[in-house]
Design a protein around this ligand. Structure first.
Ligand code: GDP
Length: 454
């Protein structure tokens, strides 16, 4: 049974646009005989290989206002009851309105897993995304249904939900750190053909290997293996299993970008296996870069270390190569292993588990701002045209990956070298080695500009 997803929210936030984007041309329209209008339509949606049934309540967007409220509420309730999961949509341009709060209360009462979408966030429309946190339904995802932005993040959230984790998010929004410990760490082991991935997976899983089989709602050929390391539950993306399947059909082995992306998007931590005898070739670096772009935590396994001579010197040399080739992931952990001889595998897994913890970590706003003040004092931002850019305040808006919002005047004039200075500082001072960090600049609002508040 495919996952059933309902798109809900007040009229005109963009539900139909998202529905049409996810369903494409395969729309199954509503029964529109007069008097039997169901006001809901359903379709088969897909995103990045995930397939699901989509229920939309957008038929009501044009309903006449007098009858709207009751019908809309009933339709929303019916859609949620039918669904396994709700996408609750607000308009990031308009911010959160009382009507949104009314709908959020309906969603909350139903107790189904929810993903909050802040739509119309293209361009500079994302200014009010933060407000949606206050609905208490979890971290909002900024999207643009019209321009197709933010769908990667939505994909990942749906994937988590279809693995049965959204319920946990719902029970404890804002307590990510605590729930994260009980949740399986989603791990992918990827690398070029022959780097030793299968050997590594087999060495790690050993006898305990247990295939859980294809999971409902996810692409049919994906296989997740449940496992645990030192008490940490782990869900492993079994590329090895996939590969064996592929081998039957096709003797030519290659790592396609699509395969790598699929594994990366599934995972929270990626172990990139490289062959120590031919390390950091273009494809290895490309995979590392993809992991960074997707915002996942990365650990490098330098495999076949048993074959390497002058190990100490070679390790130093490779560390240097790594830091030069991937400056965006400074401090990336690299562990020399031999999958074949089962050497150093505990150390590799410990590195993966601690990368996961850092990736999930939240820094207190007070500590961040004390640090920010020092950084600004040491190296003040530039003053283009004689007006110094003022950096006022900073907060961590998100973990997984750590995402920081910096509020400043003339945000658009702050040079990239300055944001790099801040990101590198965050990495060094708060300890985010090799973890992708996102820094978002936000224009401080003019305190005298009045804002409509109901
Ligand atoms: P995959 O394509 O990445 O899954 O690679 P495989 O696991 O199939 O391994 C490719 C080859 O490398 C096989 O012949 C393995 O026996 C060998 N191999 C894997 N790990 C090691 C290792 O740590 N040391 C040595 N010497 N050989 C290894």
């Amino acid at each position: 049974m495919p996952l059933k997803i309902a798109i809900v929210g007040r009229p005109n936030v963009g539900k139909s646009t998202l529905f049409n984007r996810l369903v494409g041309r395969k729309v199954a329209l509503v029964d529109d005989r007069p008097g039997v209008t169901r006001d809901r339509r359903t379709g088969e949606g897909s995103l990045g290989g995930l397939e699901f049934a989509l229920i939309d309540t957008a038929g009501l967007d044009d309903a006449d206002a007098s009858s709207l409220e009751g019908r809309m509420r009933r339709q929303t309730e019916a859609a949620i009851e039918e669904a396994d999961l709700c996408l609750f949509m607000v308009d990031a341009r308009a911010g959160v309105t009382p009507v949104d709060r009314h709908f959020a209360a309906i969603v909350r009462r139903k107790g189904k897993p929810v993903i909050v979408l802040a739509n119309k966030a293209e361009g500079r429309g994302g200014e009010n995304v933060q407000e949606a946190y206050a609905l208490g339904l979890g971290d909002p995802i900024a999207i643009s249904a019209e321009h197709g932005e933010g769908l990667d993040e939505l994909y990942h959230a749906l994937l988590s939900a279809s693995l049965g984790e959204a319920g946990e998010d719902l029970e404890a929004p804002g307590e990510g750190e605590e729930t994260a410990a009980h949740r399986p760490l989603r791990l992918a082991i990827i690398g070029r053909p022959n780097a030793g991935k299968s050997t590594l997976v087999n060495a790690l899983l050993g006898e305990e290997r247990m295939l859980t089989g294809p999971e409902a709602g996810i692409t049919r050929d994906s296989i997740a293996t449940d496992w645990s390391f030192e008490g940490q539950p782990i869900k492993l993306w079994d590329t090895a299993g996939l590969r064996k399947k592929a081998r039957v059909h096709d003797r030519l082995e290659k790592l396609s970008v699509a395969d790598a992306l699929r594994a990366i998007r599934f995972s929270e931590v990626v172990i990139l296996v490289v062959d120590a005898e031919s390390p950091f070739e273009k494809q290895d670096l490309q995979i590392a870069d993809l992991v960074e772009q997707e915002g996942r935590a990365l650990v490098v396994a330098l495999n076949k270390w048993d074959r390497v001579e002058n190990k100490q010197a070679r390790l130093r040399e490779l560390q240097l190569t790594l830091s030069e080739s991937l400056p965006q992931l400074r401090g990336l952990p690299m562990v020399a292993v031999s999958a074949l001889r089962r050497q150093n595998l505990d150390k590799l897994m410990q590195a993966a588990v601690s990368a996961y913890a850092l990736w999930n970590r939240r820094i207190a706003t007070s500590a961040l701002n004390r640090w920010l003040e020092e950084m600004v004092e040491r190296h003040p931002p530039p003053a283009p045209g004689g007006r110094r850019i003022k950096i006022r305040y900073m907060t961590q808006s998100n973990a997984r990956p750590p995402t920081f919002v910096v509020f400043c005047s003339n945000a658009k004039d702050l040079p990239e070298s300055y944001t790099r200075y801040l990101v590198n500082g965050l990495r060094d001072v708060f300890g985010f080695p090799g973890i992708p960090i996102r820094l978002v600049l936000r224009q401080t609002k003019n305190p005298y500009a009045s804002r409509g508040r109901a």
